[in-house]
Design a protein around this ligand. Structure first.
Ligand code: GDP
Length: 372
């Protein structure tokens, strides 16, 4: 080989290495990420999004302590549920334990249920079933009343719904989109979910596609850093679809188990927001199916949350609900209302502001906490 040929080959190698490292930027300092062999083919970006602005941020530091696994969390957080919602459960129990249940008592039962944001139709149905059981079995003592109420509440919350999250797919990362109105706890939920997944032994990449709120990317970066998850962000007002696309691409290239993408939720521009959300999903689907679309609802907003849910469900196929701030409200009835309205299960509940205060929802444990 001649000297000129050596020089040409050397230059080609340098250019190729530069292109790879340039893609993985951290602020202005280039860094490289150790990538396991990709398990799926990494596609190129669609022409209608600009991925060149996207920043892939590997974790800065990792907490020494591993996050708590998801199993057992609801049991730990049960007292928070009980504190806010037990007034409802205890109130119902007291009413149904009366020696004589007359129309005035049923009116009080109705009031209690409506105040918990159960909604009119489910309230009527529950009262009808309770009335029927009281007629047939009678209510002899408080423990019989408790058993009856427990069974009816469990039925109301539909224990047959599949609440499992898809957190690993065959040969590719599973993709979870987090959607919802601003302020409901979307970004916090994305971070908490990442922790919970890491606690369950999964590897996670986060996508900060809420590019309209500068703080959201920073917030997510902090969550990612703490659990050692790479966070893909973009500059403020970058195309959210580009960030989402690149987060999935990064997940594929790292061979991660799950990619969780936080999206924007500005309600005041409803049609714009919904168009954008539709685009995010379509663009992601050019390289991978979306396995879960989790709609985050703030339990304290009650029936308004149910209306929000309907709007989102028109644009994306919601696969599960995350009900946040259930620690600060006695309006747990929204769980049944929203499940029934959308035909979609509540999969996770937020029970506080702590990093591990997100738990898989379990019907029986929830009802028992209400009646404690
Ligand atoms: P986003 O605008 O939807 O992304 O909302 P954020 O994730 O920024 O959360 C808004 C506020 O809700 C923050 O102060 C969170 O700490 C708080 N929050 C989120 N989930 C919960 C929860 O389950 N319980 C409580 N008490 N606060 C929560």
């Amino acid at each position: 080989m001649t000297l000129i040929e050596y020089v040409l080959i050397g230059l080609a190698v340098l250019v190729a290495a530069g292109a790879t490292v340039g893609f993985l930027r951290r602020g202005s300092t280039p860094v490289s990420i150790e990538s396991p062999a990709p398990t799926a083919q990494i596609p190129s970006a669609p022409s209608d999004i600009a991925v060149d602005e996207v920043i892939v941020e590997p974790p800065a530091s990792v907490d020494e302590a591993l996050p708590e696994p998801s199993a057992g969390r609801l049991a730990r957080l049960r007292s928070r549920l009980a504190r806010s919602n037990s007034a409802v459960g205890q109130g119902l129990l007291a009413l149904l334990s009366r020696d004589h249940i007359d129309q005035a008592t049923w009116d009080e039962v109705e009031e209690t249920l409506l105040a918990s944001d159960l909604g009119v139709a489910p309230t009527q149905e529950l009262i009808e079933s309770l009335k029927k059981r009281v007629r047939v079995d009678g209510v002899s003592d408080p423990s019989a009343a408790r058993t009856m109420l427990r069974e009816e509440l469990i039925e109301l919350l539909d224990p047959r719904m599949n609440r499992e999250l898809v957190t690993h797919a065959d040969g590719r990362p599973s993709v979870i989109l987090i959607v919802g109105v601003n302020g409901t706890g979307k970004t916090t939920t994305t971070g908490k979910l990442a922790r919970s997944l890491v606690g369950d032994g999964r590897t996670v990449v986060l996508g900060a596609a809420d590019t309209f709120r500068a703080a959201a990317s920073q917030q997510l970066q902090t969550w990612g850093d703490r659990v050692g998850a790479t966070v893909v962000t973009g500059p403020e007002a970058a195309d959210p679809a580009a960030v989402a696309f690149d987060a999935v691409r990064e997940g594929i290239s790292q061979g991660a188990d799950v990619v969780v993408i936080d999206t924007a939720g500005r309600l005041h521009t409803k049609s714009g927001l919904m168009d954008e959300l539709g685009k995010v999903k379509r663009v992601v689907e050019k390289q991978s199916p979306v396995d879960e679309v989790l709609l985050v609802l703030d339990a304290t907003t009650g029936q308004n949350g149910v209306r929000q849910a309907q709007v989102f469900a028109e644009v994306v196929d919601v696969t599960g609900i995350v009900l946040t701030k259930l620690d600060g409200t006695a309006k747990g009835g929204i769980i049944a209302a929203v499940q029934r309205d959308l035909g979609v299960p509540v999969k996770l509940v937020g029970l506080g502001e702590g990093p591990d205060d997100l738990a898989p929802f379990d019907v029986e444990m929830f009802v028992d906490a209400l009646l404690e």
